[in-house]
Design a protein around this ligand. Sequence first.
Ligand SMILES: *Cc1c(COP(=O)(O)O)cnc(C)c1O
Length: 430
Amino acid sequence: MLLLEQLTRRSVQALNPKIMKKFPLTGVSSVAMHAAGHENAEYSHLTPIFATSTFTFDSAKQGSDRFAGADKSRIYSRWGNPTFTTAEQTIAALETFGLTNADGTPMQAKALLHASGQAAMTTLFLGTLKAGDTILTHYSLYGGTYELMNKVLPATGINTRIIDMHDLNLVEQALRSDATIKLLHIETPANPTIQCVDIEEITVLAKQFNKLVSVDNTFASPYLQQPFKYGVDFVFHSTTKFLNGHGTAIGGILLGRDLELMNGAMWKWHILLGGNSNPFDAFLLTQGLKTLELRMERHCHNAMEVAGYLADHSAVALVNYTGLASHPDHHIAAKQMRHPGAVMSFELKGGLDAGRKFVDALQMCVRAVSLGTVDTLLSHPATMSHMSMPKEERLKYGITDGLIRLSVGIENIADILADFEQALARYPFP
Ligand SMILES: *Cc1c(COP(=O)(O)O)cnc(C)c1O
């Protein structure tokens, strides 16, 4: 019978050695296209869709060598597949690009690609925590994360404590008074009011108390923000969003700097929970990644224009965008992000009714949840993503009835603004 201990042999798949050693890449787009290695006997230009559940052995001996780790070749796609590996290596290279360890050596991370962000988060929490442990987190969280913490994890004995992590004194008090806290999980920027928390300050505190830190980097992407720079242990993404970039596949990725942990225990949780990706979705992700830098530059440029337009409009009551100096976390975003991102929320003076009419009047921009796609998406948190949250709770988190969430796309900015202009002009807003 196969012993699971034998399966901890997955080494970090070497990054493209030809490129990484002889010709150090100096830019994000070059890394996105060339850092990953290529397992490819047919000289195919792109890593193909390896649509196979299993991998063959030339002999019984080769099969047993693979299980024993003497032969590093593949075994079974739940445990890894070349199409997944290309995506994993590329994202690991992007998250560690330009970063060094304390001893000056280039930082490395191991990435595990999952079927969804939720699957990657499940591996993270179950792989690091056990019954009796507590997660310390900030109150502004993605809905699925909030529900996982509140509806699923308590059944396993893992609890969550939610505080305002803007207040570092509160973080320190919690760490000092509660020895069950094992992991600090932070999402920055966060949905839908675009709150940011200071990754560096929180990590410094966490490390004083010897705690693990994970960062949900979905809204930023590694082009805008690299949490490993501040010594965090894990970085998480829903690849469904900016990393894929085109809305073609659901996916999630978990990255860690502790290679032994990631190749050993964490990999085991990953394969046993069974939240692996599939070759087709992984292929779509590998294609999207190549244009990350170009897309993010355009997304952020357009977002700044849209935020300025909305902030100046007489029908608009409020804009939550960290690129505006009026956002309470403007300075935190400026410290740790290259640009303020492409997601914002805003409220019309006419509240819920005006918000609904505005969204219905849009001609080009798209009514949909999700974010980070090439096209501009709008949703209405109070009646969509946060509908199940009690109203008082929602209001406490700044999710007012009229709040509209907007993921600014890479269309031509004149068309985005013209669509907003005609929609706002159509109704007699106050
Ligand atoms: C979408 C999202 C998730 C969940 O990812 P899925 O791919 O939908 O499972 C987690 N965190 C954030 C910030 C997200 O936007």
